[in-house]
Design a protein around this ligand. Structure first.
Ligand SMILES: C[C@H]1O[C@@H](n2cnc3c(N)ncnc32)[C@H](O)[C@@H]1O
Ligand SMILES: Cc1ncc(COP(=O)(O)O)c(N)n1
Ligand code: SF4
Ligand SMILES: [Zn+2]
Length: 566
């Protein structure tokens, strides 16, 4: 297989650099953008001032390291494997454990689509508490914790910028449950990242096939493309064919943590018949996916039988797939949700691979009319109960949030999440701030995402222009990611993340100096900004076609400033 339909060379003027760890033998990847000097001619004299390079948080992984030959048939380097090689709390299994995984392995008809560079899975030794949370609580700063501390600081100490983000702060936040490092021991290709309100706001992207489209190559392309543009985590929400094999390809080639919603595949295994779903099938699916390396599971365990009736009052009922499936199951069986009744069992499984749980918002509002209603907040309270159970098992927790919420109702979501869920990181889908713009829902939702992130939401889940309309393609993934980078960064600035403004200031200076190339190279989407400038540019570099030479305010302003220089 090959991915040759995406261009991974569109960050000109930039190179991959690595910052060494001080506690552990680790190398933290960043992207360094080199800038041209500022040149001024004052009273006939040519003055040249160097501009310091800007270090950028980089999620693109080995794909942008020219010294690494990536081949999706082999998968990415398994860097994190060596970090845990010495640990005596982990064991290598002889093969995979899940019944389903074994059946797929034995099925020769799948040979043509199988990822062949397989590795035996690892697991916690019996009784060992191995999660990042367990280790943090023991006072241990893991390589992952040091990695994210360095990564968050973007090498800004070189500029003299002080930061409170230290490996010890990371450890404290993980131990307290206020932050999560999704890092399944079976996904050593993933570069550690942290989700928590004291850290940079992160964005998740969703990809995956559906019954009506997409092959493995296309999904791997979307995954790599999402990381390339800045996605911090990736959810494989496949519901179509060959989910198991597609996921193996994605994980082996994905440099960021991968999340899934296991009930989607469980439902696929019973041919879409909700009535036939069982705890046993679900459990086997958890083990199957945990051994492949999924870093976090969305689990809709807060959807209760008693809440099913409340949806009658809504305009759009349940819009969460997982929520609708589990609600239907509780009603058909007239029993409590098995994800709720088996939650302790689920935590035991997750803890042995360090899979984080993302408590799904099965009752999230799917329209402005339904925002902040009773069923939504009743579920949030249940998620709070489940958070405490998960933490008792040292399972790291995220809380999923809405959905569709008008701006004046966003604050209440954040406040209630904080009070109900014990400060576990919040992870929201948008929220979309109006229902009237299908085709532009990356924007309706980024407005809400920026606000809720500013209020403290730790990760925002992107929405693409295809929301409510179709399965997103590569161009939608790019537009969704860039739109959400904007929302996340706007929140980082407002929250005062140390050094967040360095890139803005460098951009603005480049703009004022008419250093166009630097302006493009510093931008979130260099290719697009360059294209817009170049296609209308008229020869002189000291203005653009927006105002023209005599009305270029920056040019006039500069000549005023330069003439004042004594
Ligand atoms: C919960 C959210 O997940 C997204 N979603 C669901 N399935 C997919 C998919 N295959 N690809 C991309 N996004 C998806 C939609 O944006 C939905 O609103
Ligand atoms: C932020 C976010 N992203 C994805 C999902 C999963 O989808 P669903 O709840 O529709 O199964 C979710 N619940 N919340
Ligand atoms: S996005 Fe499409 S398939 Fe999904 S719930 Fe809405 S209408 Fe149904
Ligand atoms: Zn919607």
């Amino acid at each position: 297989m090959e991915i040759n339909d995406i261009d991974l060379q569109s960050y000109p003027g930039s190179e991959k650099v690595y910052v060494d760890g001080k506690i552990h033998n680790i190398k933290v990847a960043m992207r360094k953008v080199s800038l041209t000097p500022t040149v001024k001619i004052i009273n006939g004299e040519r003055l040249v001032y160097e501009n310091a390079p800007v270090y950028i948080y980089d999620t693109s992984g080995p794909y942008t390291d020219s010294s690494i030959n990536t081949d999706i048939n082999k998968g990415l380097p398994r860097t994190r494997e060596s970090w845990t090689a010495e640990r005596d709390d982990l064991e290598q299994l002889d093969g995979i454990t899940s019944d389903y995984g074994r059946r797929r392995e034995a099925d020769t008809s799948l040979d043509s689509i199988r990822f062949t560079h397989r590795h035996a899975p690892r697991k916690a030794r019996k009784g060992a508490a191995i999660t990042q949370m367990a280790l943090a609580r023991k006072g241990i700063i893991t390589p992952e914790m040091e990695y994210v501390a360095i990564r968050e600081n973007m090498n800004n100490d070189m500029l003299g910028i002080k930061s409170h983000i230290t490996p010890e702060l990371v450890r404290e936040e993980i131990a307290a449950g206020r932050a999560v490092i999704p890092a399944n021991i079976n996904h050593p290709e993933s570069e550690p990242m942290i989700i928590g309100s004291k850290f940079l706001v992160k964005l998740n992207t969703n990809i995956g096939n559906s019954a009506l489209s997409s092959g493995i190559e296309e999904e791997v392309s979307k995954a790599v493309w999402s990381c390339y543009w800045g996605g911090d985590t990736l959810m494989d929400l496949s519901t179509g064919e060959n989910i198991h094999e597609t996921r193996e390809w994605i994980i082996r080639n994905c440099p960021v943590p991968v999340g899934t919603v296991p009930v989607y595949q469980a439902l696929e295994k019973v041919n879409g018949d909700v009535n036939a779903l069982t705890w046993e099938i679900y459990r086997d699916t958890l083990i199957e996916q945990a051994e492949q390396g999924v870093d976090y599971f969305t689990i809709h365990a807060g959807v209760l039988r008693a809440h099913a009736d409340l949806i009658q009052e809504r305009l759009t009922g349940i819009v969460s797939r997982g929520g609708s499936i589990m609600t239907q199951w509780t009603v058909l069986h007239n029993e409590e949700n098995f994800l709720y009744t088996h939650f302790e069992d689920i935590c035991e499984i997750l803890a042995s691979y360090d899979v984080a749980v993302s408590l799904g918002d099965g009752m999230r509002p799917g329209c402005i009319h339904d925002a902040n209603d009773k069923s939504q907040f009743l579920e949030l309270d249940v998620l709070g109960e489940l958070t405490e159970i998960a933490w008792r098992h040292n399972v790291q927790v995220l809380i999923e949030g809405p959905g569709h919420v008008p701006m004046h109702k966003i604050r209440e979501n954040m406040d209630r999440q904080l009070s109900s869920c014990h400060e576990a990181p919040f992870y929201t889908l948008g929220p979309l701030t109006t229902d009237i713009a299908p085709g532009y829902d990356h924007i309706t939702s980024a407005i809400g995402a920026a606000q809720i992130a500013w209020m403290g939401t730790a990760m925002i889940c992107y929405v693409t222009p295809k929301e409510h309309l179709a399965l997103p393609d590569l161009e939608d993934v790019r537009n969704g990611v860039i739109t959400y980078k904007i929302a996340a960064h706007a929140a980082d600035l407002a929250k005062g993340h140390p050094g967040a403004q360095v890139r803005d200031d460098a951009m603005s200076k480049a703009r004022y100096d008419f250093r166009w190339k630097d302006q493009f190279n510093l931008s979130l989407d260099p290719a697009r900004s360059r294209q817009y400038y170049v296609e209308s540019h008229k020869g002189d570099d000291r203005f653009c076609t927006m105002c023209g030479p005599n009305f270029c305010a920056m040019r006039i302003s500069q000549s005023v400033a330069d003439n004042c220089v004594k």
